[in-house]
Design a protein around this ligand. Structure first.
Ligand code: CS2
Ligand code: MG
Length: 417
């Protein structure tokens, strides 16, 4: 007999008992790892576990070390399961562990929404806004082409656009997609070796944004990703040189293992700073946030430990007026996009959501109810996060080993890609 606390509108503990959990690896245009948790009631939930270039590490972590611990547990005990998987891992944190925990967490929130008949944003506290402001990715081999690409997104109704362009003399600089194709960096089985030159890069970026403001005016929000390539003083120089063009943010200006290095950038510039897509825990950004060294935190649901963890991080960030700016590249699945958009709809200190388009194949494998209009992505009222998986179709796209590029300086020394 179940106690009153176990029998509620959300079914009984027996209904919520986890009876199966399956890891689905599929590659519709690119690799994705998805966890599907099934309960005795027949209700199931999905979580994204994709870690670009290291997908099978997370798939194994889930299959071999997490799934055996899920069977028989109450899917409604979301917090307890999060604590079990975090504290119980012993080897805490890290992108593989936290992506696996995130997949379980998001699947459980999805199940809870379906049991309650409520969309995820309602479970969190309801909508704070109509739609999430999103930014698209414009890039070009040179300034001219990049500006044309920005113009195309503005015409499509985007209110914010990230702009990257080629660096003269540098082959395969960061952020450029093959003409007309979505940007996908993990394009080879072993890392592609690219070259990097900070001096050449620092010469071209201010000219890019001078041209963008001249071509597109002050209305559109412009963003740029330095992708961990600069030293703190170089980042300070770039941030200061971009001040006349009023960026929405300069992202990953310098690697953030030493969070204090952002103090140097902050001393020299008022260009807003965003960081965190490679973080996986609140401890990676505690100093950055409480010292107000950044303006947007990029850590997102799939790599940051799920809804349960990101809710804590967002609330902590709100104390210091730091806003969310979730990572939303194509290597995060539509499951993460769906969950993130529900979070974006609720979170009081929302900033912006990255929106790189998934391929048609990926959108067919992961049907969803979010939609773009008026420069924002809107989630529907489907119970849960609103994303499903067509497993038959997913099975048609076998995993293909892919890794991210690496970067070397012109003298051959390894650098940050
Ligand atoms: C980039 C990402 O979207 C971004 O801001 O930093 O595309 C990043 O390069 C990829 O997610 C790496 O897999
Ligand atoms: Mg980035």
């Amino acid at each position: 007999m179940h106690t009153a606390s176990e029998t509620s509108a959300h079914g009984s503990a027996r209904d919520r008992e986890i009876v199966a959990a399956r890891v689905i690896v599929t590659s519709p245009g690119r690799n994705f790892v998805t966890l599907k948790i099934e309960t005795r009631s027949g209700i199931s939930g999905l979580g994204d576990a994709t870690l670009n270039g290291r997908e099978l590490a997370v798939a194994s972590y889930l299959q071999d070390h997490v799934v055996p611990n899920l069977i028989g547990r109450d899917a409604g005990r979301i917090e307890d399961l999060w604590q079990f998987l975090y504290r119980g891992a012993y080897w805490r944190r890290g992108p593989v562990t936290m992506s696996a925990i995130a997949a379980v967490d998001v699947a459980l929130w999805d199940i809870l929404g379906k049991l309650a008949g409520l969309p995820l944003c309602q479970l969190l506290g309801g909508r704070s806004r109509e739609g999430a402001l999103v930014y698209a990715h414009a890039n070009g081999r040179d300034i001219e082409e990049a500006s044309d690409e920005v113009g195309k997104f503005v015409e499509q109704g985007f209110l914010a656009v990230r702009a990257q362009c080629g660096v003269p003399g540098i082959k395969k600089p960061y952020g450029l997609s093959a003409k007309g194709k979505p940007y996908e960096p993990a394009e080879s089985e072993l890392p592609l070796e690219t070259t990097w030159s900070t001096p050449r890069y620092l010469d071209v970026v201010p000219r890019l944004f001078e041209r963008l403001r001249a071509d597109h005016g002050d209305g559109v929000e412009l963003l740029h990703d330095a992708h961990h390539r600069l030293t703190p003083i170089e980042a300070a120089r770039l941030a200061r040189s971009l001040e006349p063009y009023r960026l929405f943010w300069l992202e990953d200006a310098t690697p953030a293992e030493n969070q204090a290095s952002f103090e140097l950038i902050r001393r020299h510039s008022v260009t807003p700073l965003a960081v965190g897509e490679v973080f996986n825990s609140i401890w990676d950004c505690k100093h950055l946030i409480e010292q107000q060294l950044i303006d947007y935190i990029r850590t997102t649901i799939v790599h940051g430990g799920g809804i349960t963890a990101m809710r804590r991080l967002a609330d902590f960030a709100a104390l210091y007026q730091v806003r969310t700016g979730f990572h939303g590249a194509t290597d995060l699945s539509p499951v993460t996009m769906g969950a993130a958009l529900h979070f974006d709809a609720w979170v009081p200190n929302f900033g912006i959501q990255e929106y790189m388009f998934h391929s048609d194949e990926a959108n067919a494998v992961f049907p969803h109810d979010y939609a773009f209009r008026d420069g924002r992505l809107h989630v529907g009222d489907t119970p849960g996060h609103g994303v499903t998986i067509d497993e038959k179709l997913a099975a048609k796209y076998p995993y293909a080993p892919k890794q991210l590029p690496v970067a070397r300086l012109e003298d051959g020394a390894m650098w940050n890609w």
